[in-house]
Design a protein around this ligand. Structure first.
Ligand SMILES: Cc1cc2nc3c(=O)[nH]c(=O)nc-3n(C[C@H](O)[C@H](O)[C@H](O)COP(=O)(O)O)c2cc1C
Length: 328
């Protein structure tokens, strides 16, 4: 079955600080050849001050890969979008969904939902600066601004500035009183709200995000919207990405061990560049969850990666803890 093309991808992995790092994205790509990957949020102001080398490098195997920016200054965001194109990204995404205090004090993230005209200016400036598609990741509301009309008005304003593609985390954010973690758990999910947005604006691409952790939910959601974005499940249980990639796009399901083995040369290369082993194994932790030896796998990776001089052999040792077999 051929899926209609869509900018944010039929299936994607959400931007997640400290998780969707370059090594994690490289590994997830080995697992799932067709999913779209998002970077951690990159503050546009950091790029304005010349930190591109720190934030923008990625491996060519990561394509299709989108870079997410946080910011609220059109000039800074335009500069960031220009750099994104120069560095070879496939999409530029603006964060209008993160509720952390640090982000709010910089006046970006979810609090920008309260300033649709500013978001529209930012999107317009970014689009004028790049040929890449500019997408927006947002929530269904903030604080008491959670009416149907509020989200619609926000989307109208940003779409009028030229954004064709929205990723909607299907819960609102409380800007004060809840930690970012609580803001991913306490406000209830409202998938129907996102479906109604798509029904009202069929001309826009809408991807849904939040709480998708099984294939049944994923399939069900994809009947109503153009794409689904997976966050935490991609790390608690990364192998589902391989399964869902096959389910949606076809192809052969790779074995877990084969994917780990294919990751080793990358680990070796990054180790030589000085990337700590703990960062390189983080994405591997949940790979064997539910299978015999999963706990020993995790323990070996955790303890082994903390040893001075640790290298890819830690991963080879950990592999010996998990049973050979079809599932692995
Ligand atoms: C550790 C962590 C870091 C996150 N960092 C970002 C971020 O940088 N930008 C962003 O838009 N969302 C961020 N999020 C939110 C996710 O992108 C996603 O919207 C949220 O986790 C809900 O999806 P899920 O239920 O599938 O996890 C983060 C989530 C987690 C768990």
């Amino acid at each position: 079955m051929t899926e209609p093309p869509c900018i944010h991808g039929r299936l994607s992995v959400a931007p997640m600080m400290e998780w969707t790092t370059p090594p994690a994205r490289y590994f997830l790509r080995l697992l799932a050849p067709n999913v779209r990957l998002y970077t951690e949020m990159v503050p546009a102001v950091a790029l304005w001050h010349g930190a591109a080398e720190r934030f923008l490098p990625f491996h060519p195997a990561e394509h299709p890969v989108a870079v997410q920016f946080g910011g609220s200054d059109p000039q800074e965001l335009a500069h960031a979008a220009r750099l994104a194109e120069q560095w070879g990204y496939d999409e530029v995404n603006l964060n209008v969904g993160c509720p952390s205090d640090r982000v709010q004090s910089g006046r970006f993230g979810a609090c920008l939902m309260l300033e649709p005209a500013r978001v529209a200016d930012c999107v317009a400036a970014m689009q004028a600066a790049t040929r890449l598609p500019v997408t927006v990741k947002t929530r269904i509301g903030v604080d008491d601004h959670d009416s149907e009309a509020f989200l619609d008005a926000f989307v109208e304003a940003v779409a009028a500035a030229g954004c064709r593609s929205f990723i909607v985390h299907a819960r609102k954010a409380w800007l004060s009183g809840l930690s970012p973690k609580e803001n991913r758990e306490i406000p209830p999910l409202d998938y129907l709200r996102v479906h109604r947005l798509k029904a009202r604006r069929p001309d826009l691409e809408v991807a849904i995000n939040g709480g998708i952790a099984d294939a049944v939910t994923l399939r069900e959601q994809l009947q109503w919207v153009d794409g689904a974005m997976i966050g935490r499940e991609a790390f608690s249980n990364p192998y589902v990405l391989a399964q869902w990639d096959c389910m949606l796009f076809g192809g052969e399901l790779p074995g877990r061990r084969a994917v780990v083995t294919a990751y080793l040369p990358y680990v070796e290369a990054r180790r030589r560049e000085g990337v700590p082993m703990s960062q390189l194994v983080k994405v591997l932790m949940g790979l064997f969850n539910g299978l015999p030896g999963a706990r020993a796998w995790r323990r070996t990776l955790t303890e082994g990666s903390q040893q001075p001089g640790a290298g890819p052999d830690v991963i080879e040792r950990a592999l010996k803890c998990v049973a050979h077999g079809e599932a692995a």
